[in-house]
Design a protein around this ligand. Sequence first.
Ligand code: F6P
Length: 196
Amino acid sequence: GKPVFISRHGESMFNTQGLIGGDPPLSPLGEEYAKVLVDYVQQSEELPNDELCVWSSTMRRARQTAAEIDKSRYVEWRALREIEVGVCDGLTYAQVKASFPEEYRAREQDKLRYRYPRGESYLDIIARLEPVIFEMERQKAPLLIIAHQAVLRCLYAYFLDLPSEEIPYLSIPLHTVIKLTPQAFGCNEKRFKLLD
Ligand code: F6P
C-alpha cells in the first residue's frame, strides 16, 4: 500500500516548560525542525514529494511545522487537534497532581477511558479520528500528517492494529518522522529522527 508519514509538530514553547494544553507557538528548536522537515520532504528517497499531500491540525504549532513545506495539496483538520485537557489547560503534570489529585489518580488508573473535566479522553480522540481515517484510506497519493502526541498514538495504533489499552503509552517522540507502509499482513515501519 501507499505510505503514510506521521510526525508530531516541532517542539513548542509549552513542551519546553512541561505544560499541557494551550495553543503555543513553536520554540526556536521547533522552528528548526520545521526547516529540516522541509529538507527531508524534498530530498528523502522515501518520499516522492511531487505528489505529496500534507495534512495538519488547526493548532498553531502544527501549522507552523507545516508552514515551509510546499503544500499544493494541504488540508487542515480540526479532528487532528491535540487532546483537550479542559480544566488542566496550561498546567504541568505536577500541578495537575497537586490541584486535582483525584483526577490525576483516575487518569493513572484508566488512561484510555479517562476524560478530563470539560475535556476529552483517548476514546474521544479515536471517535473523532474516524472521518480522518476514512479519508486517509481513500487517498491515492503519499500523505504526511503533522499532528500531536495523543492523536498520533491513536493513528499509529490503527495502522499497527494494536490493542487500544496500549494506545496511551505508545512512544511517539518529537522531531521524528514515522513512515508507515501497509503490507498484505500488518504494516512496515521506519523511523527517521531528524533532530535531537
Ligand atoms: O505534552 C504534550 C502533549 O501533546 C499535551 O498537549 C497533551 O496533553 C499530552 O501530550 C498527551 O499525552 P498524555 O496522554 O501522555 O498526557
